[in-house]
Each structure stands twice: as C-alpha cells, then as structure tokens.
Design a protein around this ligand. Structure first.
Ligand SMILES: Cc1cc2nc3c(=O)[nH]c(=O)nc-3n(C[C@H](O)[C@H](O)[C@H](O)COP(=O)(O)OP(=O)(O)OC[C@H]3O[C@@H](n4cnc5c(N)ncnc54)[C@H](O)[C@@H]3O)c2cc1C
Length: 489
C-alpha cells in the first residue's frame, strides 16, 4: 500500500474508554505511592481546574499529578503505559488551541513543582531551566546582571517555558530574533516508554538529526520535556518605543510592509484596531487614541547610533503613509505602560464581551489589507463583532471574535467564522497558525495546507516516538469522519 493510501493513525485508534472506578482507584494508589497523596488529585472537584485552557473546548482528566523530578515523570509514564491510559503534559494552561485539554481523559502532568532555574552560564550565554518555570521569571532573574531571555509571548507573566516549547511560542519581539526554537539548544525528555534521554546540548549544531527542532512545537505528542537548555542574551544598549496612529487600517498595513521592505527590521511591530484600542485604553490608560482606526506599536533596539537611524527611517515611512501622529515614549515608565496595554489586550477585551475566540493565521505582509477586510466581512456575515490585535511585522493575525456562549448557536457561528478566516489565510499563501499551535482547534484546518502524504509522514514520526498514541492523543491530525476533507495529491 502506498503511503498516500494508508489510513490516518488517529482514525485507526479505537476510542479510549473512560476509566472504570476500580482501574482509576488502582492507578491513584500507584501514583500516590510514587508521589505522595498530596500530589495526586482525582476528585472531580480537584481536577475541574485542569479541564480547560484558554481555548473554547474542555474535557476533564481522570487524575492530575504534580511531580518534582524527571525520574518521577518517567515512572508516571511507565504506570500510564501499563494501564494504557493517556498522559497529557500541561504548563500554565494558557494555550489557545486546546493542546493541554485531555480529550480522552487519563493523567494530566502539571509542572508547577518543577519551576527552577537550574544553572546560568553568563560567559557562554546559556541557562538550564525546568519546564514549569514561568517565562517572565527567567528574564526577571537575569535582568540585574544585564541579560534576558528573548521569546516574550504576551502571556509571559503566566505561561511556562515548557508550554512555550510545546507550542514553539512566539511573541512581539520574535520579529527580529525568531521564535522559541531559535532560543532552545537542548532538551531532557521522557520518552513514551518512560526512558529519560537528552537531545541537542550546550553547543549549537550537534551532529545527526535535529531532534531538538523536531520536538519543539510537538505539543506534547512526542515526549514529555523535563529540562530545557536556552540561549540568553545581553540587554540592548538602547531601546526606543513608539506608537504611530492611523485613520485607516490600509495605511497602517502598508506602513508595516514598507518598513520591512526598506530593510529596517524593528524588534517589534504590533497592530491594534479601533475596537481593541478602545478596550485597551479603558483598561490601561496608556494614552492610546480611542478614535484611531489603527495604531502600530513599534520598538527598535541595539547600539544607540543604529537605533537613532532606524527611528528616523520608521518615522519617515509612517509619515509617508499618512500617520496622524508618531509618538515616541519619553521614558521607561511610558514605554512599559504602552507595552502593558498591548500585552493585556486580550484581558481588556473582557470589558466589552463575556467571551472571545482568538484566531492565529499568518499571511504575507503585503496581503494584510485584503485579509483584514475579509476578516471583517466574514464576521459581519455571521453577525459577530471582531477586533484585531496582532504581530503585524510577522503577518501573524489574531482576530478576536466576540461572543456569548449563552446565546444559542453562537459558538458554532464563531467556529465557522474562524474556519473561514483560516481558509482565506491559506488561499493567500499563508498558514493556519503562527504560534498558538494546532491542538484540538485546528485539526481539520491541517488539511488546508497539507496533503495526505504530508500528514502520513508526520504521523509516521508520531508513531515512532509515541507508538501506542498515549502521549496527548487526539491532537494535531484530522479526526475520524473529517478525513475526507484532506487534500488529495
Ligand atoms: C492572553 C494571552 C496572550 C498570549 N500571547 C501569546 C503570544 O504572544 N505568543 C504565543 O506564542 N502565544 C501566546 N499565547 C498562547 C500561550 O500562552 C502559549 O501557547 C504558551 O506557550 C502556552 O504555555 P503554557 O505554559 O500555558 O502551556 P499549556 O497551554 O499548558 O500547554 C501548551 C502545549 O504544550 C504542551 N506542553 C506543556 N508542557 C509540556 C512539557 N513539559 N513537555 C511537553 N509538552 C508540554 C501541552 O501538552 C500543550 O500541548 C497567549 C495566550 C494568552 C491567554
């Protein structure tokens, strides 16, 4: 049988059955003997917190464990394999695509007790951390010595570096420096059969296959990450942060394209539209104009002379595209306030809607004006309000579709609108996720960008690492019944 004719693994896995009371009790006994009763949660009340992340799906685990070491994780995986129950790693649960939701129940591993910085080597610009370390806590520890860790998801005050590795997370400053995979050199992992192994290492470019690159972004479907070797960098000599205010989205989008095309690569270019600006300003009082159609929040950093030069070029391009005003942050306090407004934007939207659904498409920057128009048209068609706050420099869109799940049919309309937005992204040569991952949310959309041979090869990789499909099952690949949507070659 040719590879194109083989059935997708997900479709061939029998549905996992919920654990019987007796089997669950036996698993809880073994896990409690290993970790101590305190670190094994199993009542429906205790596990309720772990049934959702920041996406719109939910499903409860049977058991939640809080291990303190790689050795304990290896033992947990062995117990799960013996009972044939799924194991789902979970960081802070800020994921936006349902990656940490245990769709088939089973054991959720939480890394709250594995949150240490194990080593910092300033001379060689490396640190070794545990997966449960909160992203921002690493930079806070490094800043007094003049260093920091680059990837800065807007959720960095709560998301973990293990979760960032799981999703290959980005953030505003990944425009110039790249995403998590560009800042991780090696991993310690626990394999599906409970062995501890290391991939990559202290030095870049190890011989053999790039297993570190393969595992970053694998969303807990190939292994459990237990230690991470990261790059750290010096804090820049100079930083300038500014906002440019526009009366049309097109002017703001064209400014982004021209800045990048001119060869200037700012450290960050973020865009917010009027709906988001109104929510953000009411929340943060950072001085964002509430009547503007769009604002670009931009930052340039490096040596003082080059920052001054870049700033001049950026201001001139903004003016050429009819910026109403370009305002440069006067001091660090104003700079921090502008960033706090942007980084809290999702939370600020809670002021104007009980719920929202964040999409994560990527498009070529030059297609931004067209795609943003299509996003509005699609949401209008479904009677839904939408705001946009996104990493414009990367062409990484985040339409926030507002909804209320109490209104009958609204969740389905939101999902359909999200699907159509991703179709548009795929049609213009973009892709279905820039940084939030596929998880549960975008399984069907994988078929928009990959053909069945692509998916088969990816599944062969998963089957090699995760032969019994017990590590985070039910993620990434199209689910049974929907495989007919997959592109044929
Ligand atoms: C307000 C807000 C803003 C956000 N902004 C950004 C942004 O700017 N950029 C961005 O990229 N994302 C952003 N996100 C999404 C989210 O924060 C990231 O995806 C983040 O990396 C998830 O980290 P977490 O610790 O919450 O992981 P979780 O959500 O708990 O897990 C994410 C995935 O990683 C897997 N995983 C977790 N730990 C491990 C481990 N130790 N080993 C193997 N797999 C593991 C899980 O199984 C799951 O598949 C945002 C989310 C919110 C709510």
């Amino acid at each position: 049988m040719s590879i194109a004719e083989q059935p997708l693994v997900e479709a061939s896995v029998p549905a996992y059955e919920r654990l019987s009371v007796e089997r669950k009790a036996a698993i809880v006994r073994e896990l409690s003997a290993l970790l101590g009763e305190r670190y094994v949660l199993h009542s429906s009340y205790d596990v309720a917190l772990y049934e959702y992340d920041a996406s719109i799906d939910r499903c409860p685990p049977d058991v939640v464990v809080l291990p303190a070491s790689s050795q304990e994780i290896a033992q947990i995986v062995k117990i799960a394999a013996r009972y044939r129950v799924p194991v789902v790693p979970r960081g802070a649960g800020t994921g936006l695509s349902g990656g940490a939701i245990p769709v088939y129940g089973g054991i959720v591993i939480v890394f709250t007790r594995m949150n240490r910085i194990l080593e910092v080597d300033y001379e060689n610009l490396r640190a070794v951390v545990e997966p449960g370390l909160v992203n921002l806590h690493l930079s806070i520890a490094l800043n007094p010595q003049g260093f920091y860790y680059v990837p800065d998801p807007s959720s960095q005050r709560s998301c973990t570096i293990g979760g960032n590795v799981g999703e290959n997370a980005g953030g505003p400053h990944t425009l110039i420096y790249g995403v998590t995979t560009n800042h991780v050199l090696g991993l310690e992992i626990v394999t599906a059969d409970g062995e501890i192994m290391e991939v990559g290492g202290w030095t870049p470019d190890n011989p053999g296959y790039d297993l570190t690159g393969l595992l970053i972004g694998s969303e807990g479907t190939l292994c459990i990450v237990t230690k991470i070797i990261v790059r750290i960098v010096h804090m820049p000599e100079a930083v300038k942060t500014m906002i440019a205010v526009f009366d049309t989205m097109d002017d703001a989008s064209n400014t982004v394209s021209e800045i990048i095309a001119s060869g200037v690569v700012p450290a960050a270019i973020e865009m917010m539209d009027q709906m988001i600006l109104q929510a953000v300003e009411a929340d943060s009082h950072a001085g964002y104009p509430m009547d503007a159609a769009a604002v670009l929040l931009m930052e340039t950093e490096g040596m003082s002379e080059s920052v001054a030069e870049q700033l001049e070029q950026i201001v001139s391009i903004c003016n050429k595209h009819h910026a109403r005003v370009v305002r440069i942050a006067r001091d660090e306090a104003e700079r921090q306030l502008l960033w706090a407004g942007r980084k809290n934007a999702f939370g600020a939207v809670g002021r104007i809607s009980p719920e929202f659904y964040v999409q994560d498409g990527v498009v070529p920057r030059t297609k931004l004006p067209y795609v943003l128009r299509r996003v509005s048209e699609i949401c209008e068609h479904y009677g839904l309000r939408v705001g946009n706050v996104f990493h414009a420099g990367d062409g990484n869109l985040h339409p926030l579709i507002l909804f209320d799940s109490q209104v009958p049919g609204e969740v389905e309309r939101v999902r359909q609108a999200g699907h159509e937005i991703l179709q548009v992204c795929a049609e213009v040569g973009g892709t279905i996720t820039g940084e939030h991952g596929v998880g549960l949310e975008k399984q069907e959309e994988m078929a928009l960008i990959f053909n069945n041979v692509d998916l088969q090869v990816m599944q062969q990789v998963r089957t090699t690492w995760n032969p019994d499909q017990l590590l985070n099952p039910g993620k990434l690949f199209p689910r049974p019944g929907r495989c007919a949507d997959i592109k044929q070659i």
